[in-house]
Design a protein around this ligand. Sequence first.
Ligand SMILES: [Ca+2]
Ligand SMILES: [Ca+2]
Length: 96
Amino acid sequence: MGSQLEMAMEGLIKVFHSYSSKEGDKYKLSKSELKSLLQGELGDIMCASKDPLVAEKIMADLDENRDGEVDFQEFVVLVAALTVACNEFFVERLNN
Ligand SMILES: [Ca+2]
Ligand SMILES: [Ca+2]
């Protein structure tokens, strides 16, 4: 039995691979794989954004090495940024 953090990390890895293995390179998210991950796993955040091109923008931001796909290392940058944003929201609510 892992700790809560270990289970969270394992969950992150599992989610990434369940989407990245659908087509092409098994270890990278293509644009359509990234889109279905965002819609399937981050639906609330995606709905909050009214921008129809948000997936394209996220893709362009994340793809550091410009190979047209998002690998795990690039993906965790997104998760870390979103987690920081959620934490700020959480802390704000605690203090009010
Ligand atoms: Ca893939
Ligand atoms: Ca890339």
